[in-house]
Design a protein around this ligand. Structure first.
Ligand code: ARG
Ligand code: ASP
Length: 721
């Protein structure tokens, strides 16, 4: 009884919280509905200067960087800022022992020294159109009520191409169109995109600035990382996208950001534009449970084991530390995120929030004579429960073996390769062996240690077979019991002892001897890899049929929520499209009697300094600036040197590198992370806990100017007070 009374009250509380909060990753054309509130919060810009559907506006200075990050144009010569961790692979690709740009930083002292990159892209969003009516009309011609075309990227691409006509891209070099679904398929937008691929590396701080604090500080506030890097977009003489050519010239952009030295005060208005990747705002309570107890719990449990072994090996051997630091960082990034999400679900009542949302819809739908909403929720619940066991096995395999054990990804020879080997054709055999050698070298590369991989495998497999019953194991893993009496160590040792991939020497003996198809057919590592991938594919196929009913029910569920509450305060889940979010510069209290302020300074960098720990080595030039308090015009009013700040804006993965703007639309920082207590915001925004973590633009400028000595870049930007 008491419970019944409590629930609606909780629902009301949730509602008021949502209305007050800075929740939301809004589409640009939703600006008009948020604009009044943004003005109230301090925004001084005109709506059309932020987003103008028919002309140029600030949104034209924001780019999708390298397919998964955000960047912003900051000069009339196509200069782009993004995060260090977003430019990392480019910086790494140019690094050698003689020129270690990761370690020492890189500064192009003139445009001729800027470094071209392979496979990089920067995408501008030229135009956004609501094409919902068009898409829905086209969908009407599909008779199958269970058709999933309404979400199919391939189908939507066909509609987009049809709408703009053949030859669109030929007539408009570098332009393409894409239709994306929002609100589970209740809204469709078409984006006209301009993609540049000649993007050159201009500058990067040394990692002890750009990655300061590394894994220990990742997802943490207070933060002291100078997480930025600098690129430049090049175009042909007409300003159009063109592949790399020495004749290309710096892009004359439509729009670029001014940069503010004004800094931030607590409660200042702040907004962010960028490309958030994935959120789950419209999860039902059962989906929250599934996410928590399957996706996140399995990830936490299996990575805990893997990282424990890895770290032990890394701490024992400096060579292993170098080899495994990127793998460790990658693993730890998702691990910490899962911990944060589950913390929020558990302690901040996220499941209850979603339960209240769906209960409200059920009650409302019933009162309106619209049972389809309650039906949609039941459909989701039922499907989630039906797929639970399959999904558990899928995730155990993914986290425990496919991602967890490196030799699970050892090269499996293709059928064509096997045939080539079987043939008497000496040329074909030579080519095959040479291809396999290339793949082996890519697998057992300079950062691979068979010893570490073995130790990890023993730990992971032990846990895996504890969880998965014998009959459900990938066939090869049944050998642990059948042939090795349950001794996992012996099983793994045997794989390495007999496989051609067991060591470089073993591979050479195979390749340089008389390689045979029979040997490959019996190779235990190849059989292991083929078996686990076969199982992975099988589970994926078995899970597929459960996706569609959930997606279809979600469309109905979201339609119901929109119908009940209106669109005003309900943003569509992130899907790597251009969004804005706004809020305030503000600290927070993560726990009872603990309070964090909104701004960090260089003093904090020095406090964290630890010359014996690679994560916290302070750059000598930076230290020298600190000792002389030589901050020039970048210091704050009290003479301190700002490093990072945090804000209540609603961001997620993909927002890295996003421009953070003040009330006048000038750049005050670059978004690069969130606090781990706030990652639950991917399912429910938490006004009191979620913060975007932002590198202060004044710190970026200080590092360019006084660490990099790259004054020409400072001169190129438009710096306002
Ligand atoms: N946590 C941030 C994100 O999700 C930054 C990751 C890069 N930094 C690191 N130390 N791994 O992408
Ligand atoms: N660090 C994330 C990114 O790389 C941002 C976040 O998850 O808040 O996009």
């Amino acid at each position: 009884m008491k419970k019944k009374l409590l629930l609606p009250l909780f629902a009301v509380l949730c509602l008021t919280q949502i209305a007050r909060a800075d929740e939301g990753m809004w589409l640009m054309q939703q600006l008009s509905r948020k604009y009044a509130q943004m003005k109230e919060r301090g925004l001084k810009m005109k709506e059309y200067d932020l987003y103008n559907p028919d002309g140029t506006s600030l949104k034209d200075a924001v780019v999708l960087f390298d397919g998964g990050c955000t960047g912003e144009v900051v000069s009339d010569r196509g200069l782009v800022l993004t995060n260090h961790h977003c430019g990392y692979s480019m910086i790494q690709a140019h690094s050698t022992l003689e020129h270690n740009y990761l370690e020492d930083g890189f500064w192009a002292m003139n445009e001729a020294d800027e470094l071209p990159n392979k496979d990089i892209s920067v995408v501008f969003i030229d135009k956004i159109e609501d094409v919902t009516d068009y898409v829905k009309k086209e969908l009407k011609s599909i008779k199958d009520p269970n058709s999933m075309e309404y979400l199919s990227p391939k189908y939507l691409q066909k509609l987009a191409d049809k709408r703009v006509g053949k030859n669109f891209s030929t007539k408009n070099p570098g332009l393409s169109v894409e239709i994306k679904a929002f609100y589970g398929g209740n809204l469709y937008l078409m984006f006209t995109k301009k993609t540049y691929t000649d993007v050159r590396l201009v500058g990067a701080p040394p990692s002890n600035i750009g990655k300061f604090g590394a894994d220990t500080d990742n997802w943490m506030w207070p933060r002291h990382t100078g997480d930025f890097s600098i690129f430049r977009i090049y175009a042909d003489k007409n300003g159009n996208p063109a592949p790399y050519s020495p004749d290309n010239v710096p892009l004359r952009p439509k729009k670029y950001f001014n940069i503010s030295l004004g800094g931030v005060q607590e409660k200042d208005f702040a907004m962010i534009m960028g490309f958030p990747g994935t959120t789950h705002r419209y999860f039902t309570a059962s989906e929250v449970d599934e996410w928590k107890s399957l996706d996140n719990d399995i990830r936490i449990r299996m990575r805990d084991i893997r990282q424990g072994v890895m770290l032990g090996e890394m701490l024992a051997d400096p060579q292993i530390k170098i080899m495994y630091s990127a793998k460790y960082a990658g693993s730890q990034n998702g691990y910490k995120r899962a911990i944060g999400a589950n913390w929020a679900i558990k302690t901040r009542g996220l499941r209850e929030t979603k339960q209240a949302m769906q209960d409200r819809l059920i009650a409302w739908g019933n009162a309106q004579g619209k049972p389809q909403y309650a039906q949609a929720i039941s459909e989701i619940d039922a499907t989630v429960s039906k797929r639970a066991d399959l999904r558990r096995r899928y995730l155990m395999l993914e986290e425990g073996i496919i991602r967890g054990i490196e030799f699970a990804r050892a090269p499996i020879p293709t059928e064509a390769e096997i045939n080539a080997l079987k043939s008497g054709d000496a040329n074909a055999r030579r080519t095959m062996i040479s291809d396999l050698r290339t793949r082996y070298n890519a697998f057992a590369d300079k950062d691979y240690s068979a010893e570490v991989d073995k130790k990890i495998a023993v730990a992971m497999l032990t846990e895996y077979i504890r969880e998965i019953p014998y009959e459900k194991l990938p066939a090869h893993l049944q050998l642990i019991r059948d042939r090795f009496a349950g001794n996992v160590q012996a099983y793994v040792d045997d794989i390495f002892a007999r496989s051609i991939y067991g060591s470089a020497g073993q591979f050479a003996r195979f390749a340089d001897g008389s390689p045979s198809a029979e040997q490959l057919a019996e190779d235990p590592m190849i059989l292991f890899a083929a078996s686990v991938f076969g199982e992975y594919r099988k589970l994926y196929q078995e899970l597929r049929p459960y996706d569609d009913p959930i997606l279809r029910a979600q469309r109905t569920y979201i339609a119901g929520l929109l119908e009940m509450d209106g669109e005003q305060d309900q943003f569509p889940d992130a899907n790597l499209t251009l969004r804005f979010t706004y809020g305030q510069v503000k600290g927070y209290s993560p726990r009872d009697n603990v309070h964090y302020g909104h701004q960090t300074t260089l003093t904090g960098v020095m406090e964290k300094e630890d010359p014996d720990n690679w994560e916290f080595v302070v750059d000598p030039k930076l230290k020298d600036l600190y000792q002389r308090r030589d901050y020039g015009r970048y210091a704050d009013a009290n003479g301190a040197m700002p490093v990072a700040f945090c804000a209540t804006t609603h961001t997620t993965g993909g927002n890295s590198g996003s421009p953070v703007l003040n009330a006048d639309g000038a750049l005050i920082g670059l978004n690069f992370d969130r606090n781990w207590e706030g990652v639950g915001g991917d399912i429910q925004y938490l006004a009191d806990y979620q913060r975007s973590i932002i590198v202060d633009i004044r710190y970026v400028l200080l590092v360019i100017d006084k660490v990099g000595g790259c004054q020409r870049l400072i001169d190129e930007m438009n710096i306002v007070r």
